[in-house]
Design a protein around this ligand. Structure first.
Ligand code: PLP
Length: 234
């Protein structure tokens, strides 16, 4: 999509309408579901458009790309890392992002905690869970989630906001529905067992946000429906 604000605003209005409809159908208040604009592969215009529209946060999936983009964006935004994080990039991620959603290993938790402590900040994180049991996806296995949360709660420089998942690509709606229900049930179980609040459920993208909202999503991560097809990566 060429950077044209009015075309973007129309798409964003349509996405907000889809979110509202899904909320109404499920007896939820639309203010419970945040729209995170996924700006990966797009230039600094994309975060600028998101901010101008009134969105508070953007999602990026590569540390290096985001770190280069951030200084070229004037708008005040919350930057969230949603893509796979290699532990050798943990320090860069911990210092530049406001929240890291893709935390799926004990090693990564430890690295992020060290880096956040060294930067004298508290880093908020989500635990990424492979709730659809998809071999093509990153994320901790459902069975490993309690151990991961236990370790996360012991990291003084980290704050765990909740869980994130990506549904397997499928033409069968039941696959996404089951994945999102799994994440919701896991969150409810962990919150009870560990006596903590895990308010954030980051689930749902352009193609499956209605299912995610039905299952309790509090944040949908939307790229294509806002910005059009992504440019090819170099
Ligand atoms: C790219 C991406 C999205 C957005 O996907 P769209 O289908 O373009 O809305 C959401 N979440 C993650 C983790 C992504 O990498």
């Amino acid at each position: 999509m060429a950077p044209d604000y009015s075309a973007f605003a129309q798409r964003a209005d349509a996405v907000l309408a889809e979110i509202r409809t899904a909320c109404v159908q499920n007896g939820r208040d639309p203010v419970e579901v945040e729209l995170l604009a996924v700006t990966k592969t797009h230039g600094p215009w994309a975060p600028e458009f998101a901010a101008r529209f009134g969105l508070a946060g953007v999602g990026e999936n590569r540390v290096q790309e985001a770190v280069e983009k951030m200084p070229r964006v004037e708008a005040k935004l919350r930057w969230e890392l949603i893509g796979h994080l290699q532990s050798n990039k943990a320090r860069l991620a911990a210092t530049h992002f406001d929240r890291v959603q893709s935390v799926d290993s004990i090693k990564l938790l430890s690295r992020l905690n060290q880096a956040a402590a060294a930067a004298s900040k508290t880093l908020t994180v989500l635990l990424q869970i492979n709730a659809g049991d998809d071999p093509a996806k990153f994320g901790a296995a459902l069975a490993d989630a309690p151990g991961l949360l236990e370790h996360a709660l012991n990291q003084p420089a980290l704050k765990v906001d909740g869980l994130m998942t990506i549904a397997p690509l499928s033409d069968d709606a039941a696959v996404a529905q089951r994945t999102f229900a799994n994440l919701r049930e896991l969150r409810d179980r962990l919150a009870a067992d560990f006596d903590v609040v895990l308010p954030t459920l980051s689930m749902g993208m352009s193609g499956d946000m209605a299912h995610a909202i039905a299952a309790g999503s509090t944040q949908v991560r939307v790229g294509t429906a806002l910005f059009g097809q992504r440019e090819k990566r170099g």
